[in-house]
Design a protein around this ligand. Sequence first.
Ligand SMILES: [Zn+2]
Length: 288
Amino acid sequence: MLKKRKGPLVLFYIFLLLLSFRVTAQGSQYYINELFDANPPPQVLKEGPVVRIIQPGVEKPMANEEQFEPGSDLGLELELELELELEAEQPEPSQQPQPKSLGKVALTFDDGPDGRYTGRILDILKTEDVPATFFVVGEAVERYPETLKRIFNEGHLIANHSRTHADFALLDNEDILTTELIPTSRAVEKITGYFPLIMRPPYGSLRQDSVQFVRESGWKIVRWSLDTFDWDSTQNSPEQILNRIQTLHHRGAIILMHCNGPATTRVLPDLIKMLRDLGYEFVRVNEL
Ligand SMILES: [Zn+2]
C-alpha cells in the first residue's frame, strides 16, 4: 500500500525538479502548443452565431533570445503558477520607485502578411522593442513567405487566421479544419518549422458547435477584447483610435489591429507610447 502511495509522490517531485530546471532554461519557450489544454470555457455573449472568448491570464517569463525553435513545453501552466505563487510569497523589496504597472496587454495583427504594411509594422515593433502576435492568413503566407519568416525571426508569435479568410459560421466543422486551419499552419510550418495551434476565426465568427469541435481538435481559440477599428475607414483616424484605446484599455487586453492598411502603421507608434505611459507591458497573447 505504502509503495503504491509513494509512486505518484516521487513522480510529482521529479516533475517539480524538471519544472525548476525549466524556469532557468532559456529558449524554445514561446511557441508552445499546449495552451489548448488550459482552454477556458468559452464566454458566449448574445451575438447569435458569433462567440466572444476572453483569454484568461497566462503568465509567462520574457526571454531575450533571438532564435526561436518550434517546440512544446508540457507543464508550462503549472510552472507559471508556481512562479506566480513564489512571487506572491516573496514580494520584491522596493529598491527604487517602481513605475505604475497596469499589467500586460497583447497587440495582435490580423490578415497578414502583406507586401507593404506588415514590414512597416515589424519595423515599428522592432524600434519600440514590442513583441506581438500575428494572426496570418494561409493564402497570404504563401504569397509573402519572406515576410512570414521575418515575423517569426523577430520573435513574434504566429497564429492561424484561416487560409482564405472565410466566415467559419458558414462552413462545416470538417471544412474549417481541413481546408482552412490545417493548410495554413502547414504553410507556416513549411517556412518556419512551427505549426501554430492558436487560431482566431475571421470576423470572430464561429458557431458554438464549431468552438467545441475546434477545441477538441487541439486548437486554442483567441478572439479579442479591444477593437481599434483600424479596418474601418469611417472611424480609424489616429485620434479616433487613440481615444478608443484611452477609453477602453484594460489589464490583459487583446488588442485587434490589421496588417493591410495605412491606419495601423500611422497610429502604431503613438498607440504603443500611450499604452506604455499608462503602465502596460506588451506581451504575446500566450503570455497574458
Ligand atoms: Zn481577419
